[in-house]
Design a protein around this ligand. Structure first.
Ligand code: CU
Length: 288
């Protein structure tokens, strides 16, 4: 092959390019419109909606890459298929040193990877657009949502192998089910009384480490009334896989009813509970 032949892209490559372009132009909007809304974690909260949008952007970027790979794969199978048995077992001549291929390959992958890194870092950074989970014991000011001061405080206590919730603004009420009013900013203070757990309200897209002696803060605003499940996302022992609890997002009126009902139900034993505080050390604390 002379160098003159090499400079001209082979016709099948041009054909692949045009088919790729047409398929991508058709597929990307279809994926964004129809697949995007079905992507996890759904849109049950502001944080979940943000993550779903991020996932949609990533899928939209991946679809043309996948179409290109499949097209080239199919084309190579057809184009380079050999019926000669000996020929089929030997490698073809090595291709190297085509500056155009190298420049295109390096610049395209460079731009895609750098874009994803920069955009991913921006989206992850805690703030209005941030992921909103595990913000640490002293969330920096940009992490605070606009209505942070009016947020409903809920303490999340992990222990082998169950979750407990306390509502400090309702007399330190302690429950085993997490119930939240819809369209209300919530401030989770997450801690543990034994080993390290991870509070994962899957549908709300909130995940925060539950560490003994520490409070991790996460904000979220549920925007849809629905029932789902809280899980533990940190291997914490034998029954880690069963460390779940119910999560219900209800109307404000239903929430007030539930609170009143729970407070009446647990009133007889409420006085035996430790007073509400940021972290709890199980007895005995001294192990000299
Ligand atoms: Cu756990």
């Amino acid at each position: 092959m002379s160098s003159g032949d090499r400079l001209k892209p082979p016709p099948e490559l041009r054909r692949i390019f045009w088919i790729w372009l047409i398929l991508s132009v058709i597929a990307v909007p279809l994926v964004v419109i129809f697949v995007g809304p079905a992507l996890p974690p759904g849109s049950a909260s502001d944080a979940a909606h943000g993550q779903q949008q991020d996932n949609t952007v990533m899928v939209a970027i991946v679809v043309p890459i996948m179409i290109g790979l499949l097209l080239y794969f199919v084309s190579a199978l057809v184009r380079f298929r050999s019926t000669d048995e000996v020929d089929a077992l030997t490698d073809g001549p090595a291709m190297k040193g085509d500056p155009r291929v190298m420049v295109i390959w390096i610049s395209v992958t460079f731009v895609i990877v750098l874009f994803l890194a920069a955009w991913g870092a921006y989206e992850l950074f805690p703030g209005e657009e941030g992921a909103g989970g595990g913000l640490g014991s002293a969330p920096i000011s940009v992490a605070l949502p606009a209505d942070a001061s009016s947020a409903l405080p809920v303490q999340v206590i992990g222990q082998q192998w169950t979750w407990t919730y306390r509502y400090p603004t309702y007399g330190g009420l302690e429950t085993t089910e997490l119930v939240l009013p819809v369209n209300q900013e919530v401030r989770f203070s997450v801690t543990s009384i034994d080993v390290i757990h991870s509070f994962w309200a899957v549908n709300l897209a909130v995940k925060a480490d539950a560490v003994p002696g520490t409070t991790n803060v996460a904000f979220v605003k549920p925007v849809r009334e629905e029932a789902s499940t809280v899980r533990c996302a940190e291997l914490c022992g034998l029954w880690h896989g069963h460390m779940t609890s119910r999560l219900r997002v209800v109307s404000p009126a239903a929430f007030r009813l539930w609170i009143a009902h729970e407070r009446a139900k647990w009133a007889p034993i409420q006085r035996y509970l430790p007073p509400y505080k940021p972290t709890y050390a199980p007895e005995p604390t001294y192990r000299g």
